[in-house]
Write a protein that binds this ligand. Sequence first.
Ligand code: SAH
Ligand code: TYD
Length: 413
Amino acid sequence: MTDASPADRPTTTCRACGRTVVGFLDLGRQPLSDHFLTGAETAGEYFFHLSVGACQGCTMVQLMAEVPRERMFREDYPYYSSGSSVMQKHFTDTARELLDGEATGPDPFVVEIGCNDGVLLRTVHEAGVRHLGFEPSGKVADVARSKGLRVRGDFFEEGTAREIRASDGPADVIFAANTICHIPYLDSIFGGVDALLGEDGVFVFEDPYLGDILAKTSFDQIYDEHFFLFSARAVQTLAARFGFELVDVRRLPVHGGEVRYTIARAGRRAPSSRVAELIAEEEVTGVATMARLERFAADVRAVREDLVALLTRLKADGKRVVGYGATAKSATVTNFCGIGPELVSWVTDTTPAKQGRLTPGTHIPVRPAGELTADYALLFAWNHADEIMAKEQAFRRAGGKWILYVPRVHVRD
Ligand code: SAH
Ligand code: TYD
C-alpha cells in the first residue's frame, strides 16, 4: 500500500465555504475507483481513506480527503462516456436543448468542462457551432478529437479559462456533466466561469443528486472522483458566494437520479419556480440534516450485511456469481463489503481498456462481455439496468438471475 500523501489526509474544512465538516459515513480504505490494474501493478496500489461528511455551515456533503487530481484523470483514464446508448441519446438531446435555448446569438460559443470522448460536443460540432472541450485525460480526449472536435487537454480552472476568454471571447454556455462534483477547487472553477462566461451566459451542470442517493441508499455514488454530493440548497448557496444565482433545476433519470443546475450571473435571470420547489422538498425530507445522513449510514451498513450474507450463501450452495459492469461505483461496494474473486468470479465489461485487468483494490478479473454464463449476475451498472437487461434476455431465459443492491439487496428472476 502506498501511504496517503499530505493532500489525501482527512480534513474537516469545507471545500465550498471554509466552515466545519462533520463526518457521517466511513467507507474505509479505498483504491482509485477507475484504476484497473495489471497483475504486476497490484503490489504498489494506491489507497486512501474514504469518509464523507456534511458542512455545518452551507450543508454541502463532501469527501473528507482529497485524492490529487493527476492520480485520477490521467493518460489512460478508462471511462468512456459513449459506452451506453441511453447516455448517448441523453447527451444528444441535451446538446440540442442547449443549442435551441441558449446558443442563439449570431456566433455562439459553447464550452464543455470534462467533454470526455465528445459524447455531447459532437452534436454541437455537427450543428456548426463554435465549441471547445476541456479534457485532461489523454486517451478519451483523443477519441473526441478523432470526431473533429476542438479539445484542450487541460484541467478547466481559472488560469486556463482566462486564456480561452482572451483567445476566443465570451462563452454563451459553459456545460459540464458528471464533472463539477469531481472538482474540490471550486474557487478556481467559479473564477474561471466568471472570466469566460458572457454577461447573459449560463453555466449548466448535472451531477448525481443527494436526494436520490439518500432515497436509494446508493452509497456507491461515493468514491474518490465524486468529491461532492450536491443538493439544490448547497448549490444555491455556493453560486451566491461567487456572485452567481441558481436560476433553474431539472431532475434527470440518468445515472440513478441527477439534477441539472442552471446558474447565471446574479440578477440577470428570474429563477424558475422549480428552484424554490426543490429546496422546499429538501427541507421536508431533511436532506443534509445529520439525523437523515446518519440514517443513510445505517441503511448502508444494512446493505453490506445483506449483500455479503447473500453472496456467502450462494457460494456455499455452489452457485457461480459474476459481476456486470466494472463501474467506478463498484469499487466502493466491493472494497467496503470485502467482496473479492472468491465471491464474484469475474466482472464483465464492454470497455476494452478495463478488460484483461483487475478491479481496483479487490482484484477481480475483468472479462469482455460475451455470453453470460453464470447462475447469478451482480449488477454493478444498476444505473443502466434497462439497457443491460434488454440485451441480456438470453441469460434470464437460461435461468440466470440478477442481484441488485439498490435500493436494497434483492434478486430478480
Ligand atoms: N461528461 C462526461 C464525462 C464524465 S467523467 C459524462 O458525463 O459522461 C469526468 C470527466 O471530467 C473525465 O473525463 C475527467 O478527465 C474530466 N475532468 C476532471 N477534472 C476536470 C477539470 N478540472 N476540467 C476538465 N475536465 C475535468
Ligand atoms: P457507469 O455506471 O456509467 O459509470 P461509473 O464507472 O462512473 O460508475 O459505468 C458503466 C460501466 O458499465 C462501464 O464500464 C461500461 C459498462 N457497461 C457494460 O459493460 N455494458 C453495458 O451494456 C453498459 C451500458 C455499460
